[in-house]
Design a protein around this ligand. Structure first.
Ligand code: ADP
Ligand code: VHF
Length: 381
């Protein structure tokens, strides 16, 4: 079936409080509402991928806790119970509508390894093309605290980039983004359309609203920054509003729309991986003149452009390119290891010139600016 509008592939992220009851159980009623909305879009020809939170919130009660536990092992044990319950309920409801759903559990490591990243995309593409609804969550039970995405908002934006989605819809327990935290400021106003995440928007975004939420508005804004920099439109709205998903796709929902700027080109898959997932392994510093040339003339870095090298990395690693003031210019894949580059910058000027001549003749420059993401949108691990 041909999609009824241009927005074909959609990633929908839904938070814990919108799927579970306050006392820690899967709410079948809430899942039914979401699935009915997804089915309506599927019948219109859209491909839908869900990023669903709720594993911890759905599991802690059965472990014997009255509230969401604080320690990592207790939360991981809760997720181990809750994830199964969630997927069982999703699959059952989707099946009653004639659709197959599948489970995908991802760790941050899977995204920082380029082969695993590409492998995840190929698998998800097969599922989407064959009409399945993949349901993604972080693999909470085995993710180490310091290596976690931590919140599914960021995960959903990265997944939207991974599958080249047309739209990211984030459903929460609030009508959208307000210009101040609505719990603290009763005059806070809903922002219907946002073209740029300014510092004042970042300052307005506060912490979670319920005991079951994790990232709050802060992590939603971080996620939307990634989506915008990847050229993906986003929408933020209330999961309980009638027809919210259908209306969000058709541009007339009550909530906040975030449109990437026209001058932001869709980053290709390789650049998205470099910008948002690679986790740079070191830094190279360049002087002010080189900074200007990198940004304005898109020059590649010559060995003599380098001032300092930080970190240990091998040839082929992703590094952050910064200027002498420490400001990030972008990211690039290096043609030399940190050891080679450190050896090089310790040479005399004449030795350097000779070395550089050979490097240029062999087209073996230090690196290009591979992730041409506007500096204020650049999110590194
Ligand atoms: N500027 C803001 N606009 C809207 N909501 C905000 C803002 N700042 C903080 N919040 C809070 O963020 C909460 C949503 O985040 P969270 O509790 O993590 O939900 P979820 O479980 O859906 O991810 C809202 O309930 C609201 O109280
Ligand atoms: N992966 C965790 C969810 C983490 C998370 O981001 O939660 P939420 O803020 O409710 O979207 C879980 O399934 O419990």
């Amino acid at each position: 079936m041909t999609p009824d509008i241009e927005t074909k592939r959609i990633v929908i992220k839904i938070g814990s409080s919108s799927l579970t009851s306050i006392n820690g159980e899967v709410s079948r009623r809430k899942l039914e509402k979401l699935v009915e909305e997804v089915v309506r879009l599927k019948e219109g020809g859209h491909e839908i991928l869900l990023v669903s939170s709720g594993a911890v919130a759905a599991g802690y009660r059965r472990l014997g806790y009255l509230t969401r536990p604080d320690s990592l092992p207790e939360r991981q044990a809760s997720a181990s119970i809750g994830q199964g319950l969630l997927i069982e309920t999703y699959c059952d409801i989707f099946m009653s509508h004639g659709y197959v759903a599948s489970q995908i559990l991802i760790t941050r490591d899977d995204f920082s390894d380029e082969n695993r990243y590409n492998n995840a995309r190929n698998t998800i593409n097969v599922l989407l093309e064959r009409g399945v609804v993949p349901i993604v969550n972080e693999n909470d039970t085995i993710s180490m605290d310091f290596l976690k995405f931590g919140d599914n908002d960021t995960l959903s934006a990265k997944v939207a980039g991974l599958v080249d989605a047309d739209q990211l819809i984030i459903l929460s327990d609030i009508d959208g983004l307000y210009d101040a935290d609505p719990r603290k400021d009763e005059n806070a106003k809903l922002l219907h359309k946002v073209d740029e995440i300014t510092p004042s928007i970042e300052a307005a975004a506060g912490d979670p609203g319920s005991a079951n939420g994790t990232g709050g508005m802060k992590s939603k804004i971080e996620a939307i920054k990634i989506a915008m920099a990847s050229g993906i439109s986003s929408f933020l709205g209330n999961a309980t509003t009638k027809d919210i998903v259908y209306d969000a796709v058709h541009n007339h929902a009550e909530g906040s729309y975030f449109e990437p700027k026209n001058n932001i080109q869709n980053l290709n898959q390789k650049k998205q991986w470099i910008a948002f997932n690679s986790g740079p392994q070191g830094k190279v510093t360049v002087n002010h003149t080189t900074r200007e040339a990198i940004i304005n003339e898109r020059i590649s870095l010559n060995p003599t452009d380098l001032r300092t090298i930080t970190g240990r990395f091998e040839k082929g690693a992703v590094v952050t390119i910064i200027d002498v003031k420490g400001e990030v210019i972008g990211l690039g894949v290096v043609n030399y290891s940190s050891e080679d580059l450190n050896n090089f910058i310790s040479k005399t000027e004449i030795e350097m010139k000779n070395y550089e001549k050979v490097a240029i003749e062999n087209k073996h420059l230090v690196c290009h600016l591979d992730a041409e993401v506007p500096v204020n949108s650049l999110v590194t691990n």
